[in-house]
Design a protein around this ligand. Structure first.
Ligand code: ATP
Length: 640
């Protein structure tokens, strides 16, 4: 972490710590306490929304489960806080698992729908189960007792502040670890994640369960903070407010979560009083106007782009001063402000401020890349095994009436480069997808080394030693080049969640070793200088090389390259050929799909030709080139 960021965090927490002393008003102490409690929930919700890209509409329900677990344990057993809070975390995480396990099996909006139903059911259950929860009457939870004495408001505030700091640190460590990278990768490209051995399903569920645990912690602290809980607090509106807090504060930032929490707690209160609202509206209009003038004068933005936010905020300020009474307008104004943020600050307030800072500095702040230690990036794991490393027999892949693969046999010899060519639509990519478990073949068998892999999951096949690149590059765009390769190295991590949260020696060591290895892999493909650049910002040719480095991180025995030279310039192709030869020299077997015939003929040992899903020829490049069927089906077609 940069010293300036660390200093800001220390100062922030110092300000939080002395707040009750400077402002000894119980109302404001409670307000800041609520912001901190919501922030804990938002740290967790951001893992699901910001990192894995899922939408949960059930976090108010989970918050309620946490609050009621603490409340019920106190009501029925007089359990102390050091029992109620951990139990609330575990119970809420268990609810999260029950929700996520079936809902995340399928893709699409199912999680949103299931969590929406869950939120409603939880409210009904709390209402109906009077024997446990005292139903609509709600229940009282006094401030926790420590050694027989009830905590004062200030002491409880400090306890919440400490727990928020711990929650922030734990979430930060999780997200900067191999677990966080897995969460982010599966959002950017689920198919590539699975093919890197990172099971999308497993990590989506894991993210949701962790997030539920934080909702449990937050809910249990809320029950002591409010000292009275009732079912109607945990409603759909609260869920929407939580989501808005993430969007307004900014995805993928802890500061954004705190800011988001502050907005959803403070904004409704600011809108209660017309004088405060006028002040806020005026300040907002002034900030936006000054910002727009700076942006236009520095040619960062076009006046047209800024017209609506500037006129909108000025309009809001004029409206504020023309209003006599704010009560009837509160919700409308709240809604308008949200719309403005959602439309114009898509990365949230923190994302927007960061962007402005980078633009004003004229460059993006990039951390320095770790050193390349020059050790061989490719492990010896690829060497050895049977002579015929891959044996596919009678492969049939049918899509409705289309037979994309029709009784195809494919034998690949260890240590060779095996070309797979054919006209467009002949079934080459389908073959790749079948070999990597993306498609389950309709019939036929695939033996890889000693294992039959047909029907196995992509993650299983990847971990078994088959890595691949994609015809349409499938990088994790928002992650750096280094992080992309680290996702490929996910299989080298064994540290568990507690080890990551506590930064125990194994977690630290694995991270250091993987980072050094990833840098060597980047160096292997000539990308060490671009290690800290986001993958989406790399030139196309470099993106293809990065995909190869990421695939090599899996320590594959067999590497499948799907049109690696597509869209590359002549010098890039030369570089690519050199890298492919280097990979083969390390004992890794390759299957290469390519339309660049010169390249195929120059580097392949064996070539298989497909046409309309059938194998029409196989042999050395020279044999295949001389084959009449090939000339007719493919080379002839191209010549014509
Ligand atoms: N998921 C799918 N659903 C339906 N049809 C598919 C699917 N995937 C591939 N096909 C069909 O299977 C046939 C083979 O396609 P495939 O993409 O494997 O060809 P290809 O040789 O890789 O072509 P190209 O060189 O253009 O990438 C095509 O007719 C294609 O339309």
């Amino acid at each position: 972490m940069k010293p300036i960021n660390l200093l800001a965090i220390v100062l922030g927490f110092a300000a939080i710590a002395i707040f009750p002393i400077i402002v000894p008003n119980p109302y404001y102490i409670h307000l800041v306490e609520t912001i901190m409690i919501y922030a804990i929930l938002l740290f967790g919700l951001d893992i699901v929304v910001g990192y894995t890209g899922q939408v949960s509409l059930g976090h108010a329900g989970l918050f309620g489960v946490g609050a009621y677990t603490a409340g019920v344990l106190f009501l029925h057993f007089h359990a102390p806080i050091y029992v109620t809070v951990p139990v609330a975390i575990l119970v809420t995480a268990a609810f999260g698992a029950i929700l996520a396990l079936p809902a995340l099996r399928v893709t699409g909006p199912y999680l949103a729908m299931v969590t929406l139903a869950f939120g409603t059911i939880i409210q009904i259950l709390i209402n109906e189960m009077d024997w446990l929860t005292q139903g609509p009457m709600g229940l009282r939870v006094p401030k926790p007792h420590l050694e027989g004495v009830a905590m004062s408001d200030e002491h409880y505030y400090w306890l919440v502040a400490v727990l928020m700091a711990v929650a922030m640190l734990v979430v930060h460590r999780i997200l900067k670890s191999h677990l966080g990278r897995a969460f982010e990768a599966l959002r950017d490209s689920p198919v590539a994640s699975d093919c890197m051995g990172v099971s999308v399903y497993k990590y989506k569920v894991f993210a949701f369960v962790i997030s539920a645990g934080f909702a449990g912690l937050s809910g249990s602290l809320y029950s002591y903070s409010e000292q009275y809980i009732s079912p109607n607090t945990y409603n759909f509106e609260l869920t929407i407010l939580f989501l808005l807090a993430i969007i307004m504060g900014g995805r993928k930032t802890r500061l954004g979560a705190v800011l988001g929490a502050a907005i959803i707690v403070m904004l409704p209160k600011l809108l209660d009083d017309i004088a405060t609202f006028r002040l806020v509206a005026l300040a907002l209009a002034a900030i936006v106007a000054v910002g727009a003038i700076v942006a236009v004068s520095r040619k960062i933005a076009h006046p047209k782009q800024l017209a609506i936010p500037v006129l909108g905020t000025i309009g809001l300020a004029v409206f504020a001063y023309s209003l006599k009474n704010i009560t009837d307008w509160r919700l409308t104004i709240f809604g308008l402000m949200i719309l403005l943020v959602v439309y114009y600050l898509q990365d949230g307030i923190v994302g927007f401020v960061k962007k402005c800072r980078d633009l004003l500095r004229g460059e993006r702040s990039m951390a320095p890349a770790p050193a390349v230690d020059g050790r061989d990036a490719i492990s010896a794991a690829a060497q050895g095994g049977p002579d015929q490393i891959l044996l596919a027999k009678d492969l049939l892949m049918q899509f409705g009436g289309v037979k994309a693969l029709n009784q195809v046999d494919l034998t690949v010899k260890r240590g060779t480069i095996h070309g797979l060519i054919g006209p467009n639509g002949s079934g080459k990519s389908t073959m790749m997808n079948v070999l990597t478990g993306i498609y389950v073949p309709t019939a036929g068998s695939i033996k890889f080394v000693e294992e039959m892999i047909q029907g196995k999951s992509s993650a299983h096949i990847a971990l078994g030693g088959i890595a691949r690149t994609f015809q349409n590059v499938q990088l994790f765009g928002e992650m750096t080049a280094l992080e992309n390769v680290l996702v490929g190295l996910h299989h080298t991590f064994n540290s568990t969640l507690p080890e990551v949260a506590l930064r125990l020696p194994r977690a630290k060591r694995e991270e250091q070793e993987a980072t050094a290895r990833a840098m060597n892999l980047l160096n292997f493909v000539g990308l060490a200088d671009l290690a800290m650049e986001e993958a989406r910002n790399l030139p196309y040719g470099k993106q293809r090389l990065l995909e190869i480095a990421r695939a090599l991180a899996l320590d594959p025995r067999l590497l499948l390259l799907d049109e690696p030279a597509a869209g590359l310039t002549a010098p890039d192709i030369k570089e690519l050929v050199a890298i492919i030869n280097k990979v083969r020299d390390h004992g890794i077997t390759l299957i290469l799909i390519e339309h660049h015939m010169d390249m195929v003929m120059a580097i392949c040992d064996t070539v298989t030709v497909l046409d309309f899903g059938q194998k029409i020829a196989e042999g050395t490049p020279a044999e295949v080139q001389a084959d009449e069927k090939v000339v007719e089906a493919y080379l002839g077609g191209e010549a014509a």
